[in-house]
Ligand binder design. Structure first.
Ligand SMILES: [Zn+2]
Ligand SMILES: [Zn+2]
Length: 142
């Protein structure tokens, strides 16, 4: 007969020590099972950690973009997904190295704290045009 989840949980709490003893014993007898369990646990844990980190990075990115105006300084695009912070002189990566901020989250934290005059927000379109051609057609046409 199948037990309900609640019953299973109650059973687990009532017999927790016994169950843990059994598991320990089983793991001792079957070290490969313990290894498999550790791996599963590690994977679940790592996935959670990665997701938390990704959320945290997104939050920092958003904060940094808002701090520097929240829209493309060339075309006015204001959808966060299209935006990124850039060095006006286009040497972002070099500068990132210079200041020793290896990971993007530290870079964003630094940006949020500093409010650099040589940093502005650009959308990916304007930024890649400036990167490829040295100018953005939005500006050229005027
Ligand atoms: Zn733009
Ligand atoms: Zn543009």
């Amino acid at each position: 007969m199948a037990r309900s989840a609640k019953e299973q949980l109650e059973y687990y709490y009532k017999n927790r020590e016994h169950i843990n003893d059994l598991r320990r014993l089983r793991h001792k007898e079957h070290p490969e099972r313990k290894k498999a369990w550790d791996r599963t646990y590690h994977q679940i844990h790592r996935k959670e950690q990665n997701e938390r980190q990704a959320r945290w990075r997104l939050k920092l990115r958003k904060e940094a973009i808002l701090r520097y105006g929240g829209k493309c300084f060339c075309c006015g695009e204001d959808k966060l997904e299209f935006l990124a912070v850039h060095h006006v002189n286009g040497h972002g990566r070099e500068h990132r190295k210079q200041v020793g901020k290896a990971t993007s989250s530290t870079f964003y934290r630094w940006l949020i704290k500093e409010k650099r005059p040589d940093i502005s927000v650009l959308c990916h379109n304007c930024n890649s045009s400036i990167g490829f051609y040295g100018y953005c057609p939005h500006k050229e046409r005027r």
